[in-house]
Design a protein around this ligand. Structure first.
Ligand code: HEM
Ligand SMILES: *[C@@H]1O[C@H](CO)[C@@H](O)[C@H](O)[C@H]1NC(C)=O
Ligand SMILES: *[C@@H]1O[C@H](CO)[C@@H](O)[C@H](O)[C@H]1NC(C)=O
Length: 251
C-alpha cells in the first residue's frame, strides 16, 4: 500500500524502541549475534530480502511485523506463540480480542518458507518474528539495528493470558504504565514504544468513544474533525469489526 511509504519513523523513537523490545525476551543469555552463521549463513539475508519483496507488494506488511513483535514478545517472551493456531478447543493467542486487526500472518509463512528452502527446520519462527520487525522498520524509514538471534519457539499459546499482558485500547494511562513497568520498561520507554503507532491503522470501533457523544478535549480539534470524517458514526457497523472495516490510517 503506497500510503505507507510516507510513514517515516522518527529515528529518535526507533533508536529507543529496539533496545526496549529486546528486553522483552527471557533467557537472553542464550541469544547471540548471528546465531545462524554456521547452521544457515544466509538466514538474515533471506529474511531481509523477503521483507523487502513483501513490502513492495503489500506495504502494510512492514507495519504488521512491528505489531507482531510487540504482541509476541509481551506475552511470555518472544517465542512465536502469537503464530500458533487454535487446536482441540484450546484457543490460541490469535483468538484474543487484544489481537484484533492483526493481519498478514500468511506472509510470515512466505518468509518462513523461503528459509525452509535454504535450510530446513533451522531458523525459529520466533527469530522470524523478531528479524522481520527489525527489517520492516528499515523499509518504513527507520534505522537498521543489530539484533541477537537464537530464540526458541513455544508449543503453547493461550488466548486467555493475552489480556494480562497486552493493554486494551481504552486502558487508563496508569494501567498501561504499570503493565509496562512489570516487564521492566519505564515511563520514557513506554512513550518511546508507543511511537510505533506512528504507522499503521486503527479501526473505528477502537476510537469512536473519543469522538462521540463529545470529542475528547485532549484531542487536537482539527485532527478530531478529520477522525469524525473517517468514522462518521458513533456505532460503527458490526461488519466493520474485522480487518475489512473502515479504518483510519496514521498519521
Ligand atoms: C498501551 C499499549 C498499546 C495499546 C493499547 C495498543 C493498541 C493498539 C490498537 C487498538 C491498535 C489498532 C487495532 C485495529 O483497530 O486494527 C494497534 C495497532 C498497532 N499497534 Fe499497538 N498498542 C499498544 C502498543 C504498541 C506497541 C508497543 C507497538 C510496537 C512496538 C505497537 C504496534 C502497533 C502497530 C504497528 C499497529 C498497526 C497495525 C496495523 O496497521 O496492522 N502497539 N495497537
Ligand atoms: C509443549 O512441550 C512441553 C515439553 O516438551 C510438554 O510438556 C507440553 O505438554 C507441550 N504442550 C503442548 C500443548 O503440546
Ligand atoms: C473498554 O472497551 C471494551 C471493549 O473493547 C469494553 O468492553 C469496556 O467496557 C471498555 N472499558 C472502559 C473502562 O470503558
Amino acid at each position: 500500500m503506497a500510503a505507507y511509504k510516507h510513514h517515516a519513523f522518527s529515528s529518535f523513537i526507533i533508536l529507543m524502541l529496539f533496545p526496549l523490545l529486546l528486553q522483552f525476551q527471557f533467557g537472553k543469555s542464550e541469544l547471540q549475534l548471528n546465531y545462524y552463521s554456521e547452521s544457515c549463513p544466509k538466514a538474515e539475508e533471506i529474511i531481509k530480502q523477503e521483507v523487502a519483496k513483501l513490502y513492495y507488494e503489500h506495504g502494510n506488511t512492514a507495519v504488521s511485523w512491528l505489531r507482531n513483535l510487540f504482541h509476541d514478545c509481551f506475552v511470555q517472551g518472544c517465542d512465536a506463540s502469537l503464530l500458533l493456531e487454535s487446536v482441540n478447543g484450546i484457543e490460541s493467542e490469535k483468538a484474543s480480542g487484544r489481537n484484533f486487526g492483526m493481519r498478514n500472518f500468511k506472509y510470515v509463512n512466505t518468509i518462513k518458507m523461503a528459509l525452509e528452502n535454504e535450510c530446513p527446520s533451522t531458523v525459529s519462527c520466533a527469530d522470524v518474528v523478531a528479524l522481520s520487525a527489525r527489517d520492516g522498520i528499515v523499509m518504513l524509514g527507520g534505522p537498521h539495528i543489530e539484533m541477537k538471534t537464537g530464540r526458541r519457539d513455544s508449543n503453547e499459546s493461550y488466548a486467555k493470558i493475552v489480556e494480562e499482558f497486552i493493554p486494551n485500547h481504552n486502558d487508563s494511562m496508569s494501567s498501561v504504565l504499570s503493565r509496562f513497568q512489570s516487564v521492566g520498561i519505564d515511563v520514557e520507554g513506554t512513550v518511546a514504544l508507543l511511537g510505533a503507532h506512528s504507522v499503521g491503522r486503527v479501526h473505528c470501533v477502537n476510537l469512536v468513544h473519543r469522538l462521540y457523544p463529545t470529542v475528547d478535549p485532549t484531542l487536537d480539534p482539527d485532527y478530531a474533525e478529520y477522525l469524525k470524517g473517517r468514522c462518521p458514526t458513533p456505532i460503527p457497523d458490526p461488519k466493520q469489526s474485522n480487518t475489512r472495516g473502515t479504518t483510519v490510517k496514521r498519521p
